[in-house]
Design a protein around this ligand. Structure first.
Ligand code: FES
Length: 350
């Protein structure tokens, strides 16, 4: 008689995946959501469990023929899931996502860092939500819906999802099923091309979400899309404390300030390798690292993802981050070089 292994079905308490170190995840399964969006089911190789809040993301190291690149992908699966996480990735031009689609197959591994980020209902608690997403920007919202359904949370939300065509909509059938478990969820897909297309605008959002002004608004999509939604929410009277957004569209990175001739220049030293280079007070340390031709992992360059986090042995910086570092980490001496500018000479643990 063939012995059948029951282990995959058994849930055990496991230690936590380390959120502040790179560690490998095993690809257990993949499936296509649309013609260019594929979902990857990933689980820690060491058997640990990934604790995350709905809306958080992880950073991945993708080894491409052109070199290693870091990319952030939001966790789309329920925060109640114990056996791994799902990310849904759109294949785009450029090395990262295309290589992921080609090489991350069941049995392959990938280095991951996180979870990170403060987008979602834990950071933006509300009684009633307007959730607005474009394309794969729906992934953090899917995690929120799936978690609410798993935990019996009476989510009161209007979900507006914008996609080019009906074929590009992700998880429409699943959302219809989830609506049976979330009776106060209203789902409004918007198609922007072909017959029946609509153009996303402030007027359209207001007509589709009449409760916009009284809700907590969470938006995820490309920068230009979020700018339109942000303005519509503001004009409708949504205060900043009820408006959250997230994007991994880094196509328009924060502009570096060109240092003036009299801008003080500080010395940055790497304690372990002994490398030393200069950085003007108006320049980010990450830019100075790159200008010096030195390696330092980074992804968003906006203080969001936490990829570049590093321990600072000494010195003072100014740092304006967007959630990529916790206060207790700052208190312990960590900084995000991508959004840190030196006020004194700095020694980093590198
Ligand atoms: S690169 Fe994302 S926080 Fe620095």
């Amino acid at each position: 008689m063939t012995m059948i292994d029951a282990a995959p079905w058994i849930t055990r308490r496991r230690r936590r995946f380390p959120p502040e170190a790179w560690a490998p995840l095993l690809c257990k399964a993949t499936w296509d959501e649309t013609h260019d969006v594929r979902t990857f089911l990933l689980a820690p190789v060491d058997g640990s469990r990934i604790d995350h809040d709905p809306g958080q993301f992880m950073t991945f190291q993708i080894d491409t023929p052109q070199g290693t690149v870091e990319r952030c992908y939001t966790i789309a699966s329920s925060a109640s899931r114990d056996g791994g996480i799902e990310i849904s990735v759109k294949r785009q031009a450029g090395a990262g996502s295309a290589h992921l689609h080609e090489t991350l197959v069941p049995g392959a591994t990938i280095l991951a860092f996180g979870p990170s980020g403060r987008f979602g209902p834990v950071s933006w608690p509300g009684e009633k939500y307007t959730l607005i997403a474009a394309g794969t920007g729906i992934t953090p919202i899917l995690s929120m819906l799936r978690t609410a359904a798993d935990r019996g949370i009476a989510l009161d939300a209007t979900l507006i999802h914008v996609s080019p065509t009906e074929a590009d909509l992700i998880a429409t059938q699943e959302i219809a099923l989830l609506s049976r478990r979330l009776p106060h969820l209203t789902y409004v897909p918007i198609i922007t091309r072909g017959p029946g297309a609509s153009r996303p605008s402030a007027g359209l959002l207001n007509s589709l979400a009449p409760g916009l002004a009284d809700s907590t608004v969470l938006c995820c999509g490309p920068q230009s899309f979020m700018e339109m939604v942000r303005a519509a929410a503001r004009d409708a009277g949504v205060p900043p404390e009820r408006y959250g957004e997230e994007s991994f569209d880094f196509s328009s990175p924060e502009a570096e300030i060109t240092p003036a001739a009299d801008t003080p220049v500080r010395s940055i030293s790497f304690a372990r390798t002994g490398k030393t280079f200069e950085c003007a007070e108006t320049t980010t340390i990450l830019s100075a690292v790159k200008a010096a031709g030195l390696p330092l992992p980074s992804s968003c360059a906006r203080g969001m993802c936490g990829t570049c986090k590093i321990f600072k042995h000494s010195g003072e910086v100014t740092m304006a981050h967007e959630g990529g570092i916790r206060q207790r980490e700052i208190d312990r001496g960590f900084i995000l070089p991508c959004v840190s500018r030196p006020l004194t000479d700095i020694v980093l643990d590198c």
